[in-house]
Write a protein that binds this ligand. Structure first.
Ligand code: KG4
Ligand code: ZN
Length: 347
């Protein structure tokens, strides 16, 4: 029995959880969305301050909810990279201090490895290898999951993340922040075929297109041009048709890449994570396409798709089991490639 207390503060959710491998004893998330909403997006300084204000209370709540005291905690884990440096520092300093005070092991966790481990929380029987599609406000990646700490990034976005594209399009349609849920809701009343938008293919120097990489900035500009054209023509903006057409383009583009990648690498299990995993069009298209190839597709419960600390604890538990712990002088990093995960641990 190894109980891990985990902290996640890489962006705009302050989260604390206690897990025992793939079992979650408590999972508390304090979202900062209402605060950042006032500014139309995440303000890093505000995020750090909010983390600082809530973290201690959330740790106490997590212990209470799990009905555990410090004696029963074996290790303390926190996200160390990638993310907003000031925000990461709050979680990391807290975790290191608690590890020192209570004489526990300390583990730094890569945020994306956490998102991959979220899949195990939804399906504890799952084992690698599988293909992971991570689609959030900060990331869009296709990852070949081979083992704990062993990942190959097969595809990614060349510019905006998928969620970022939803947020930017929502902003230009003046629908508020975060954009994904509003666009998803509005799209339900619209015609997804109303406007033809570019899917965002990435050209290769040798000709042709990258099979798995995506680009969303062209799509966002195409929506902007469409809005400008319709406004110039004096038309009332058909918001639901624009939302539905945009969403359809993103969902179909992602589905095409995921399926091609799974076929090429012979991976018949596909796990989806990140806030955009909530998108109804993505769920529909990916489920349909996966079924026609006899692939299994796993969408973990949404509370584990969006940022949370249970996924960080689950990843830390696997590393801890293998004897990996982090040094107390480990630094936070705003950027870190997933294939550098093992740099976080002393072995
Ligand atoms: O994983 P997440 O909570 O935080 C990050 O690590 O970024 O993802 C947040 C992103 C936002 O960009 C939000 O607009 C998007 O996920 N999102 C959605 C939906 N719900 C949230 N995008 C499309 N459809 C949704 N239903
Ligand atoms: Zn995330």
């Amino acid at each position: 029995m190894t109980n891990i207390l985990a902290i996640e503060t890489s962006c705009d959710e302050t989260a604390v959880a206690i897990v025992n491998n793939r079992q979650v004893y408590s999972n508390i998330v304090a979202s900062q969305i209402p605060v950042h909403k006032l500014y139309g997006g995440v303000v890093p300084e505000v995020a750090s301050r909010q983390h600082l204000e809530s973290i201690n209370g959330l740790i106490n709540q997590a212990l209470e909810q799990a009905q555990l005291d410090w004696d029963r905690i074996d290790a303390i884990a926190t996200t160390c990279a990638p993310g907003l440096v000031g925000a990461l520092l709050v979680g990391q300093t807290t975790a290191k201090t608690l590890a020192m005070v209570h004489n526990k092991s300390f583990l730094g966790v890569h945020h994306l490895e956490g998102h991959i481990y979220a899949t195990y929380l939804g399906d504890p029987t799952l084992e690698p290898p599988f293909l992971s599609l991570l689609v959030s406000g900060g990331h869009t990646s296709l990852i070949y999951v081979k083992d704990c700490g062993v990942y190959e990034t097969l595809g990614q976005t060349r510019d905006d993340a998928a969620g970022e594209a939803f947020d930017k399009v929502a902003r230009l349609l003046q629908l508020g922040y975060p954009g994904g849920p509003v666009i998803d809701k509005l799209a339900k009343q619209g015609n997804p075929q109303a406007f033809k938008l570019p899917e965002g293919k990435v050209s290769l120097p040798e000709g042709g297109y990258h099979p798995y990489d995506a680009s969303f900035s062209g799509l966002k500009t195409a929506v902007l041009r469409l809005v400008q054209k319709l406004e110039k023509e004096g038309e009332r903006l058909p918001l639901s048709d624009i939302a539905a057409s945009f969403q359809e383009t993103v969902a179909k583009g992602l589905t095409k890449r995921v399926i091609k990648c799974a076929v090429d690498y012979g991976l018949c299990k596909i796990a989806v994570g990140g806030g955009v995993a909530a998108n109804s069009a993505l769920r529909l298209h990916l489920r349909e396409a996966a079924a026609s190839h006899n692939f299994q597709v796993i969408f973990p419960p949404l509370k584990f798709c969006t940022d949370n600390a249970a996924m960080i604890g689950c990843a830390a538990a696997d590393h801890f089991k293998r004897g990996h712990t982090s040094a107390l002088n480990l630094k936070v990093r705003s950027r870190m490639h997933l294939n550098q995960v093992m740099e976080l641990y002393e072995q």
